[in-house]
Design a protein around this ligand. Structure first.
Ligand SMILES: Cc1ncc(COP(=O)(O)O)c(C=O)c1O
Length: 383
């Protein structure tokens, strides 16, 4: 049997990982500023995370959600503490798409309405409703097409206000990434998020903060949406939550009440996933990783801003993007091939940095030296 060919792949086989580094099958060491697509939050194979999972594995890995699982309650308590949203309620699932799918469904159950507002360049996942709210026709199969989702321009306050004035009473939810990831690292403005809050309040709609990529401390705050100083009704989470162990979830504000059987899952919140997620929160707190994301992120953005060929540096904390001019569009590839540094990308020429939140200053310095060297090599080649 062959694999179904869904992506073009880098020709690298990673066999070992530690902290912000990975090694390939030939023993080459790479600096990982991609974090396996923003998933590695506390660092690869963190010893506390490994120990927590191993200890849990010796006891029990899985049982169905038909029994009490105190680990879920412990995780909810810890998450409430670290996120500052202790009065929200947690529903656990397995991925980002599933988290958004459940968030949108919950908003529709709660309001009894069908319409969803999403934004240009949004990515919310690949399941049916999540993909319908994703602004990329290539991902949407005919069966996912719906006229229940309206796309509005990102950060356009007037367009949003006009849309609500016309359709407010039909809108179940507004879903927005605090910082768009796949769309190319675009930060939602604070006033835009505040307007979403006030329009949702006025018209009885649900504000869903997609924090799958920009959440879990990556921006320097637990949720990047929190920079706006207003709360969402539902936050969706996944990537950084398990540091690579598959787990996702939504936290739901207390005014949205649960009704039995509206949500459910077989694997979500299993014992092993909860152990991994607890380890992540413990390490984030113990090692003050949100503070590190602020500091190391600022260093990277300041240094990148000082390089003339690097354009439009943006983002928050350790979620950073910048544009690369067409003449040096091979920069990302050269960083990987020549400098052994993994970075992320967005179309057309955006480099995305999504490293572990424990990235050290010396690793950030290594990247800055490497990018300068590669840019210089383009200049020499052009002479
Ligand atoms: C903002 C955002 N939402 C949702 C998803 C979907 O997450 P998953 O791939 O875990 O389903 C992603 C994945 O990249 C994402 O970046």
């Amino acid at each position: 049997m062959n694999l179904f060919d869904v992506y073009p792949l880098n020709d690298v086989t990673i066999t070992k990982a530690k902290g912000s580094y990975v090694w390939d099958s030939e023993g080459n060491q790479y600096l990982d500023l991609y974090g396996g697509h923003a998933v590695i939050s506390i660092g690869h194979t963190h010893p506390h995370w490994v120990r927590r999972i191993e200890e849990q594995l010796e006891k029990i890995a899985f049982y169905s959600n038909s029994i009490q699982n105190p680990l879920q309650g412990e995780l909810a308590k810890k998450l409430g503490e670290v996120s500052g949203k202790g009065d929200y309620n947690l529903f656990l699932c397995n991925s980002g798409a599933e988290a958004n799918e459940n968030a949108l469904k919950m908003a529709s159950f709660h309001t009894g309405r069908k319409k969803i507002v999403a934004f240009s360049k949004a990515f919310h996942g690949r399941t049916s409703l999540a993909v319908a709210a994703t602004d990329n026709k290539n991902y949407v199969a005919p069966v996912n097409e719906t006229n229940n989702v309206d796309f509005l321009p990102f950060n356009d306050e007037e367009a949003l206000a006009v849309h609500f004035a016309k359709h407010g009473k039909e809108i179940a939810a507004v879903i927005i990434e605090g910082i768009q990831g796949v769309g190319g690292i675009n930060v939602a403005s604070e006033s835009f998020l505040q307007l979403i809050r006030s329009l949702c309040d006025k018209y009885g709609a649900v504000y869903i903060a997609d924090a799958v990529q920009c959440g879990y401390g990556r921006s320097g705050k637990f949720f990047s949406h929190d920079f706006a100083g207003v709360n969402a009704d539902i936050y969706s989470m996944a990537k950084g939550m398990g540091n690579g162990f598959p787990i996702g979830g939504i936290i739901i504000a207390p005014h949205i009440k649960p009704k039995h059987f509206q949500l459910g899952t077989t694997f979500g919140g299993n014992h092993l996933a909860c152990a991994a997620a607890m380890a992540v929160l413990e390490v984030m707190k113990e090692e003050k990783l949100m503070g590190n994301a602020v500091m190391t992120g600022k260093y990277l953005r300041d240094e990148l801003n000082a390089i003339p060929e690097v354009q439009n540096v943006r983002g928050r904390g350790l979620m950073i993007g910048f544009d690369v001019p067409q003449e040096i569009a091979a920069l990302k590839k050269n960083l990987l091939t020549n400098q052994k540094i993994f970075t992320g990308e967005a179309k057309p020429n955006v480099i995305r940095l999504l490293p572990s939140l424990a990235l050290k200053k010396k690793d950030a310095e290594q990247f800055i030296d490497a990018i300068k060297e590669e840019i210089e090599a383009f200049a020499v080649a052009a002479e």
